[in-house]
Every structure is written in C-alpha cells, then in structure tokens.
Design a protein around this ligand. Sequence first.
Ligand SMILES: Cc1cc2nc3c(=O)[nH]c(=O)nc-3n(C[C@H](O)[C@H](O)[C@H](O)COP(=O)(O)O)c2cc1C
Length: 200
Amino acid sequence: MTMTGSENMDNPDPADFGILDGISEVIATTRSDASTPNAAPIGIIRDRDRLCVQLFSGSHTRQNAAGTGKIVANIIRDPVMYVECTFGDPGPEAFEYPDGMDYPVLKRASAWILFECNQSKGNMFELTPVRGMIRDKPMLCINRGANSVIEALVHATRYRLNGDARYLDLIRHYDKIVQRCGGSAEKEAIARLKEIMEIR
Ligand SMILES: Cc1cc2nc3c(=O)[nH]c(=O)nc-3n(C[C@H](O)[C@H](O)[C@H](O)COP(=O)(O)O)c2cc1C
C-alpha cells in the first residue's frame, strides 16, 4: 500500500521521514559552486535531537557541503541507485530542483529533507532541517537482501580504501544472502557491484 499525494514542509521533523536515533542511510545530494549535482550514500547520525553527518576528506559531498553550507538527505530504497551513487554519479536527468530551491534532489526519492550543514569539529557537520517533502510512504517489511546490498557496498568502499581482501569475502557472503532473500532489484544491484569490482 502506498500513500499518494505529497506533503511539502518547512522546518520538517526528521522523525516523520524515518530518521530516528542511530544511523540512517540516505543518498545525500549536493551541488558544487559551479552547480554540478552530486549524489552519494551517507549515514545521518541522530542522537536524541542532535543530527549530524561525518564526511570524510576527499569526497565531492564533503567539498560541496562545506562550500555551500547545505546538503539534501534523499530517502530512497532503490538498491541499484545506491550502487551507482557509491561508485559514480547518476546523470543530470536523475536530479530535479523543487520550486524555489537552487539545490538538487533525486527525482525518484520517496522523500527528501534539505539541511543547513555546518562543520562543527573535524569531519563532523551539524544538520538543521530547513525544508522537506514526503512524496510516498511505502509500507515495507525488512528485507535481508536489501540490507545485504548496503552492507556489501560499505565493504566495497572500505576495500577501495585499503585493498584488504577480507572485504571481498564479506561481499561474497552478502551476495549469498541477496541471492536467497533479495528481489530482482537487489540481485541487479549486487551484480552491478560485482561487475564494477570485478568480483566473480
Ligand atoms: C551505505 C553507505 C554509507 C556511507 N556513509 C558515508 C558517510 O557517512 N560519510 C562519508 O564520508 N562517506 C560515506 N560513504 C562513502 C561514500 O558514499 C563514498 O565515498 C562515495 O564514493 C563518495 O562520493 P562523492 O565523492 O560523490 O561524494 C558511505 C557509503 C555507503 C555505501
């Protein structure tokens, strides 16, 4: 069942978007000073009412968030989009600019929140919600295949950093869960991940 219609909100409550205590995985969209849109998976850390992100040096997301003071959290389940945004960026056709906003969001996001983003200490950036939209609210059960795609991607990013082969074993482990529990989108996503990483 899907809620239809969309809700546009100022000063939105992140809890209404499923951003609860702990770390919530979203796809963050940002733009460069030259207005090039960017998308990458990022974890939003929530501790009571404090919201922040840890942005490591070297990513476009960090450079853009620091430069513009803004970041959008896109709530999206599409596992293939997570793979595409981890290893590269979707084309410009994947983004849109909602009314009166000069910041990109993902067209296919179920919901999004625009945050003001201020560097607090080291890699930590504090987030303040400014504006948000909920487009659809799918009723979803936990799917171990979908979760496994995300776990495999996290190990893929770690492997890219240090080349430790134990991450490849972990990716193969999560691949088995995707094959058992995932649907066609999860299977397509893990196949793409393995193709990009040349894992057989
Ligand atoms: C599920 C998931 C969560 C991630 N969370 C973060 C994060 O919180 N902070 C961060 O700096 N990178 C995180 N990453 C890694 C970035 O998404 C990755 O380095 C990406 O390539 C950065 O792209 P960009 O250069 O376009 O910003 C995460 C990756 C995945 C798969």
